[in-house]
Design a protein around this ligand. Sequence first.
Ligand code: G3P
Length: 218
Amino acid sequence: MKFFVDTADVDDIRDLAATGLLDGVTTNPSLIAKSGRNILEVIEEICGLVDGPVSAEVAATDFDTMLKEGRKLAKIADNVTVKVPLTMDGLKTCHALSSEGTMVNVTLCFSANQAILAAKAGASFVSPFVGRLDDIGEDGMMLIEDIVMIYENYPDLETEVLAASIRHPQHLLAAAKAGAHVATIPPNVIRQLYSHPLTDKGLAAFMSDWAKTGQSIL
Ligand code: G3P
C-alpha cells in the first residue's frame, strides 16, 4: 500500500519524506489556503521534496479553464498529478489530460458509479472520501470495498483506488484490508501510526536493563 501525505505544509512533508516511507503528496484548495502559499510555488517546492506523485488541484469548474489550469500545473514538474473534481467537465478534463500523458487524480468521489466513470476517463487515481461519507452517517469504507471489488473485475483498468479523507488510524487499517492501492493521510494520523503504549513501555524496560549491563555497542 502506498502512503501519500495529505497536506501542503512543506515542513511536515520534509519531515515525513525523511523516513523513506512517503510515496507521494496530495493537496487541495483548502490545504493550499491553509498553507498561505502561492499554489505554483508551493507545488514546485513539494515536487522537489518527494519523487512520487504530487496532486495539485485545478480551481476552475468549466472544461476549458480546467484544461488550461491542468496543463499549467502539469508543467511544474514531471511528478505533478492534476486533480480534478468528479463532475462531467472534470471527467472531460481527466480524459483530455490523461490522453496527453498527464497523471490525473479524480477527487470528490462519493459513489462506486462515479469511480467507474473516473476509470473510464483514464484517471491514474480515484479519490473516494471516506471520512466525509462517515460524517453524514454513511459507511465510507464500504465505498472503498466496492470500488476495489469492481476494479478487480476489469484487470485492464489502471486506475488506483486512493482512500482519501482518512481521519484516524482505523480508517487506514480498514482501507488496507479492503485493498486500497493508496491512502492519503494527514500528517498527524501518519505520526499516530507509529505509536503504541506497549512499544513505549517495552523500550523503556529494554533501555533500563541495558543500562545495568554497563555495555556499549559502539
Ligand atoms: O484531500 C482530500 C481529502 O483527503 C480531504 O479530507 O478530512 O477534509 O475530508 P477531509
